[in-house]
Design a protein around this ligand. Sequence first.
Ligand SMILES: [Fe+2]
Ligand SMILES: [Fe+2]
Length: 242
Amino acid sequence: MVNITHSRMNRFNYKTWTRYFMANDKKRLQIDFSGEKELTEAEKKLIFPSIQAFQKGEGSDGAFLMRAVEDFAYKNHKEGYIEAMRQFVKEENWHSAYLKKYMDHYGVKSKDRTFLDECFRKLRKLGGIKCEITVLVTAEMIALTYYDALSRCTASPALKAICAQMLHDELPHIMFQSYTLSQIGNGWFDQVLRVFFMTATLLTVWIAFHEVYLHGGYNFSRYIRENMGYLRQSIFLTRQSK
Ligand SMILES: [Fe+2]
Ligand SMILES: [Fe+2]
């Protein structure tokens, strides 16, 4: 598990976050399939159901999210948040595009809807920006262990490169969302809700995709320990002064 609490990025404001996302956008991954050997049927069966689910989850036009962001930003005189969030949504759409490209290479179709994605989208819309960001950052924390496990499921160099890029990008996302939660205000009740929501999501993801985790070196106890560790760090960051 990576310690994110000491990163210099935790001192960023929305202006510096925007600059970071714009600079990161210039370093997009070019997926190289030249060293790719055909995956076995067993490998395809193992990895693609979860890749389809994450590909759907990563991509969004962000329209509903951006409305909540604008509402919060204008009311609280934090207009800089709007551009930072636009850049963030752009980056997430790149993530979806990387996975789509990989699926296309193997002739795997993307899913219009997945159970997990539907749940996340419905939950995010339950209430305002705090709800949106809480759900979003929970998915991003779980993504860290997922992409780490996924990268070890096969010898595919293209998939390893995609997973490395995801891990590189998602760590700052957690700091970015935690910063926003610190701006919105996070009381003890919100933190209890976050633990509850994380627990429910972890169990759902484990039931759906435990094979990927097991092949990637995560047993149930490591999976819970690392994800709860990231949640602890995120809650610690949200308690930092505004
Ligand atoms: Fe992502
Ligand atoms: Fe993310």
